[in-house]
Structures are given as C-alpha cells and as structure tokens.
Design a protein around this ligand. Structure first.
Ligand code: NAP
Ligand code: MG
Length: 508
C-alpha cells in the first residue's frame, strides 16, 4: 500500500465510534453509563468513546470467565490450538487495518505498527503450536510397578492488565498462552489504547470464541484494574506497565496469595567499545533510542561509549538525528511520531531540564516541537546528552521518550558496571568485534535480554521476554517460558503393583 492509499483509507472511517465491554460473549454497556474519549496523539482529534466500567462489570466478567473455564479446561489442547490458528489467520488478514488503528490511537509510525501486529500474528501461530507440545516429564519411579509423570494444568482465570505502548503485541503475549493452556481471560487494556483491544477481541469472537472465555473490561486502572487484582476468583494477574503500578499490584496480590507476573520499566544501554563498527552502532542506537519515540520498554536510553571513540560516535549520531522526520505516523516518510499524551511530553521535557541542571551537555534536541503544523500533537525532538555521569538522574530513571545519554567509560569492565548500576534489568547491547569481550559481556550484563552488535530492541516471540531486578518478578512473557505463568505443575504417581507401597524414604 503506498502512502496516499494509507492516508485515504485512514480518512474514510472518521465517524465517531463507540467501544463497549465484551462480557460473556456480548458487547455490553457499563452499568456506570459513563464514557471516556480516545484521542489521536498526533493532533488531539477525538477518535471515539469507550465505556468507563466499574467493579460490578468486573464481577460479571469474572463470573462469565468462571463458567467458560469449566468447559475449556477439558477441551483437548490440540483442539484449543485449532482456535488459536483461526485467530492467527484472521490477524494476518486484518494486519493493515489493525496497524492503522494502532497508529491513530497511539501514534507509532505505520511501519512499526505493522511490525507490532506481525508480532501478535507470530505469537498466535507459535502458541497454537504449543497445543501439540506443552511437554511435561515422565520419569522413572523409585519403586517397582509404579509410574511417575508431571503435567501442566491451567491456573484458572487470568486477569490481564496491559500498557499502551504495545497494545496488541503484549496482549497477545499474555492472552494466547493463557488460552492454549486452558485458562479463561479477563482483560483490562490501557485507557490510551482501547480501540485495538476491541479489534483484537472482535477477532477472537470471529474465530469462534466460546462464550465467556475472553472478557474485555474497559476503564481506569484504579477502578477496573484494581477490581481484577482483588477479585478472589482471579487466580493469576499478568501485568505489564510502570514500576509504580506494578509494585502496588504486587503488594495487594501478595496479601491475597495470588500469583503475579510483572513486566515493568527499563533503563537500557547500548555499549560501544573502541573496536566496534561505529556506523553499525549508530544505526542500532538511532533505531532503539528514537524508534517509537523512545517509548519501548526496551528503548535505548543510555549510550556507554569507550572514551577513544566518543567524539566520532557523537558526530555520527548527530548527523543521523538531523535526518529524522517528525510527524503523523500514517505518512510512510515519517520516522518519529508523537509521544502518547501531554503529561508524558511534559515529563520528558522536565527530565531534559533536570539533565541540564545536573551538568550534562545537551548536544541536540531538548525541546517540544510545534512548527510545521505539529502544534496540536505531542511532539518531542529526538534528544542527545553527552558527558553524562552514571549517577545522574537522567542516567538512572526511566524517561520513556526520545532522550538518550552518552556516558563515557575507559574499559569493558567499567562499561558493564555502568550498565548494571540501574534498578532495572530489561535489555542491554554491546558493539564489539572481539569475540572474547562479547562473551564476557553476555555473561556479565545483568539484564533479561542481551544483544551483540544490535540495538536494545527487536525481541523475537519464541524466546522469553522480560527482565531482572526492578524490571520484573522472575516471570517471562512469550516463549515457552510464558506457559509457566498460566499453568500449575501437577505430579501424578500411578501404582500398578496392587499393594500399598511405601515411598523409598519410608523404606530406608
Ligand atoms: P501504567 O501506567 O503502569 O499502566 C499499565 C496498566 O496498568 C494500564 O492498563 C493501567 O490502566 C493499569 N493500572 C494503572 N493503575 C492501576 C492500578 N492501581 N491497579 C491496576 N491496574 C492499574 O504503564 P503505561 O504508562 O501504560 O506503560 C508504560 C510503562 O510500561 C513503562 O514503564 C514501560 O517501561 C512499561 N513497559 C514494560 C514492558 C516490559 O515488558 N517490561 C513492556 C512495555 C511497557 P490505565 O491505562 O487505565 O491507567
Ligand atoms: Mg489514544
């Protein structure tokens, strides 16, 4: 599809839309009778309305999920997988349409939006495949005429709470493994990205979703999110978002002895050693620092560089940043879209002021962009600081915008120390031509994801996704590892001796 066609298709459906909850197989209003607006961060245009739900709506959703799960848990996993394959093909068919909805409500450029939808497609095919794997163990028993094995069983009802920056990819990382393993779902998407959530659930519906198996409840985090966390019949809460909210959820769920899977913030770094291919590093940094306007959880926010190549890297980065075009992501020539909302824009600008006050040197950017018709949107200029010290706030705290900080170091060891000096542990990358140093970095970089000679973004769905330290609580989204979140292990012993045999410990 060329530029013009993308924009024309996008213009066609400007009628105000209303998105309702999906509970027990029906699109329903909330008992609150209230609505919130969804806007386009490019220009503030109102895209439509969304119901603002209450605790009572969550209650209905959980009851529906409970009924549905009773049947679904006994559907053979390969048959559950057939449903996931249908979802995968429908996602594939609708890829362009979904990508456009995504760009309009969230702002990421259309090429990245297509990439995100592709991630959901890949995840659907991959998890459908799990329907015929989902391996457990069969192991020898200690005793004669006895058989032992372990099998995965569903946890029950999965409460999913998702962020706006990857509205369909993250929802797919969570809902698809939950379903293939036999759980039912109650999902609260981020308030900034309700439409894509509705479109995803429509695809579930069209693929033949059993009544009540996936329920969508729109509304605020404090009301609807919290009601999901606190509901006694929700067995596992899978959350991706900020540390602030993640900690709250973990605290409350902890008191209720409820399982949580938490994926939170990052403060990811690219390290560039003196033997690196600098042009390659520049490419990797520009894409991971300024792609999605720096709003990926894996975005590069720190650039740790050997002092001998610092100046070359600075010059080349600034030159590349000159070429980045800001604007409406529906236009294919645009590189950087808006940030999600006004308060995010202000927070980013505040961090730039903090950086200047801390004594960092601003090389480029550092301002809200309003010229060339961008004044109605939330645009921030790609920003680069240098001479940043590792203990400065701009080098420690998550900014979640197009701001990167160069931190000079003298050795690989110092680079690793700086990389690991933050509270987060999501992604890190290193550019080097030396295989020995690459392996040392792989061993010592304390993050859940490590890249060699690539930027900090670009995770593949069949590998575990998540972080160490303050980024997570030990669980992983995507990959086979995600099955652990939605299943319990059941160990089964079958004694065919015809006697009551005591276990070996009682025989010694
Ligand atoms: P957020 O403000 O924490 O919101 C995430 C979700 O939690 C939203 O659906 C939100 O609802 C809901 N929520 C808010 N308060 C709640 C409460 N008290 N109880 C239950 N739910 C509540 O995060 P965000 O701004 O959407 O996303 C950005 C953050 O996500 C960044 O920190 C980023 O690093 C992180 N992230 C991490 C990963 C990862 O895998 N590690 C991936 C992507 C993003 P409302 O929208 O209604 O407020
Ligand atoms: Mg929006």
């Amino acid at each position: 599809m060329n530029n013009q066609t993308v924009q024309e298709t996008a213009k066609k459906d400007t009628a105000v839309k209303k998105y309702l909850n999906f509970i027990n197989g029906e699109w329903v209003d909330s008992e609150s009778g209230k609505y919130t607006q969804n806007t386009n961060p490019v220009n503030g245009e109102v895209l439509g309305e969304v119901v603002a739900s209450t605790k009572a709506d969550v209650e209905k959703a959980v009851q529906a999920a409970k009924e549905a799960q009773k049947k679904w848990r006994n559907v053979p996993a390969p048959e559950r997988a057939d449903f996931l394959y249908k979802v995968a093909y429908l996602l594939k068919e609708r890829k362009e349409e979904l990508a456009q909805v995504l760009t309009k409500e969230m702002g990421k450029v259309i090429a990245e939006a297509r990439g995100e939808v592709q991630e959901a497609i890949d995840m659907a095919f991959y998890m459908a495949g799990e329907g015929r794997r989902m391996f457990g163990d069969t192991v020898p028993s200690e005793l004669r005429n006895k058989f032992a094995m372990s099998v995965r069983v569903p946890v029950g009802i999965a409460g999913l709470i998702t962020p706006w920056n990857f509205p369909i990819a993250i929802a797919s990382w969570k809902s698809l493994p939950a379903l293939v393993t036999g759980n039912a779902v109650v999902w609260k998407p981020a308030s900034e990205t309700p439409f894509l959530a509705g479109e995803f659930v429509k695809i579930y519906e069209e693929a033949g979703l059993p009544k009540g198996l996936v329920n969508l409840v729109y509304g605020s985090g404090s009301e609807v999110g919290n009601a999901i966390v606190e509901h006694p019949d929700v067995d596992i809460v899978s959350f991706t978002g900020s540390n602030e909210v993640g900690k709250k959820i973990n605290g409350r769920a902890g008191e209720l002895l409820k399982r949580t899977s938490l994926e939170m913030g990052g403060k990811n770094a690219v390290t560039v050693l003196e033997d690196a291919d600098i042009d390659l590093a520049v490419d990797g940094i520009v894409w991971s620092a300024f792609g999605t306007s720096g709003q990926r959880c894996t975005a590069c926010s720190r650039i740790i560089v050997h002092e001998s190549v610092k100046e070359e890297l600075e010059q080349k980065l600034m030159k590349r940043m000159e070429m980045l075009k800001l604007g409406d992501g529906l236009d294919e020539s645009i590189d950087v879209g808006p940030v999600i909302n006004r308060s995010s824009l202000e927070k980013i600008h505040e961090y730039v002021k903090i950086g200047k006050d801390e004594g960092a040197k601003l090389l480029k950017g550092g301002e809200i962009v309003t010229e060339n018709g961008l004044d109605k949107g939330n645009f921030y200029a790609p920003t680069l600081f240098t001479n940043v010290k590792s203990d400065m706030r701009i080098a420690q705290e998550e900014i979640f915008g197009p701001v990167a900080s160069i931190i000079p170091v003298k050795s690989l060891e110092e680079a690793i120390e700086v990389n690991n000096s933050v509270e987060f542990g999501l992604s890190s990358s290193i550019f080097t031509a030396d295989v020995n140093r690459a392996f040392q970095a792989m061993r010592d970089l304390d993050t859940g994801i490590v890249y060699i000679n690539a930027g900090t973004t670009g995770a593949e769905i069949h590998l575990p996704f998540g972080g160490t330290k303050g980024t997570g609580n030990g669980h992983r989204d995507s990959g086979v590892a995600s099955l652990d979140v939605y299943t319990e292990w059941k160990s089964v012993y079958i004694d065919y001796s015809g006697k009551i045999q005591r276990a070996q410990i009682d025989n010694y």
